[in-house]
Write a new protein. Structure first.
Length: 304
């Protein structure tokens, strides 16, 4: 097996921790990967074996969050190909490019993800407001429902009435229902999910932070629903990447590591779902930012 009993225990604890925080937000690999490398597992082998071991936990987390998907299943099916194709490309990069290449790019991706998370409420409000205006224009006779801007009290009153009507409509319509039709989602959502898939297929670490940041802004759904979609997409990327590793780098996989992390991350993912589903959006966003900063610090420290 190549490990002492205390090393096995350390891997199991790391897998438990990784599974827990992966379900809540992501970046669990930043726990398991350093542990494996410290114990003497070669970096590429550690990355591949860790990704494969976390699949069981990813699937557990995705299943535990299935109720939060709500009316987003059609959108999820349209996002899955983006993640799958991205995961294949990322796995190819892992097997053919030096590790240093993505190590330089990753910190910048984490910064972008954290900015998405921090400014998610304002950005999402702007995107949703634009979509509501587009829907009003499309529903009006002749497609011209735009109300010219006015000055003075009359214009302000008309604008206020329109705003109240819009608010009333928004309050009666579930944000999840508004996001059901994938064709209504911004094109940039699919592009960013694809890029996150490439990142996930290559290194896995903080893939969840990137995805939840992107989904929180552009999916037009509650943060918990975005987290549910994130769990499903991360599972898909890891499965695709794992298949690539098995087909093209079978001899570089440490199957004991896969087994240990699979067992412990499954339990951790179950615990993470119990904790994460009870967290408020503010608390969940705070955890995302904290873990994202930890991921950023970890990655930047390796560059110097």
């Amino acid at each position: 097996m190549g490990f002492e009993w205390w090393q096995v225990a350390l891997i199991l604890v790391a897998g438990l921790w990784a599974g827990t925080i992966n379900t809540i937000v992501g970046s669990g690999t930043l726990v398991t990967f350093p542990v494996l490398v410290t114990l003497g597992v070669p970096p590429v082998t550690a990355s591949m074996s860790n990704a494969m071991g976390l699949i069981a936990g990813n699937l557990t987390g995705a299943w535990s969050y299935r109720s939060e998907l709500g009316g987003l299943k059609k959108t999820l099916l349209k996002l899955l190909p983006c993640s799958v194709v991205g995961g294949v490309i990322g796995a190819y990069l892992l097997l053919h490019l030096p590790e240093e290449v993505f190590g330089v790019v990753a910190p910048f991706l984490i910064v972008v993800a954290l900015l998405f998370v921090v400014f998610q409420p304002k950005l999402q409000a702007k995107v949703r407001a634009r979509k509501e205006r587009e829907a009003q224009v499309a529903a009006a006779p002749g497609g011209d429902a735009a109300v010219p801007a006015s000055t003075g009290r009359a214009g302000s009153a008309a604008s206020g009435a329109a705003g109240a009507a819009s608010s009333a409509t928004a309050s009666t319509a579930s944000p999840v229902v508004a996001a059901v039709d994938g064709s209504q989602q911004p094109a940039i959502l699919y592009v960013l999910v694809f890029l996150a898939g490439i990142y996930g297929g290559y290194f896995v670490a903080a893939q969840g932070v990137l995805l939840v940041g992107v989904l929180g802004v552009f999916l037009l759904a509650p943060l918990q629903s975005a987290n549910a979609v994130k769990n499903a997409l991360v599972a898909a990327v890891n499965i695709v990447a794992a298949l690539s590793y098995v087909l093209f780098a079978f001899d570089r996989i440490n199957w004991w590591v896969v087994l240990f992390i699979a067992l412990s991350s499954t339990l951790g993912s179950w615990l993470g779902a119990k904790i994460g589903k009870k967290m408020s959006p503010v608390a969940l966003r705070t955890v995302i930012v904290i873990l994202g900063l930890v991921a950023l610090t970890n990655m930047v420290s390796k560059l110097f």
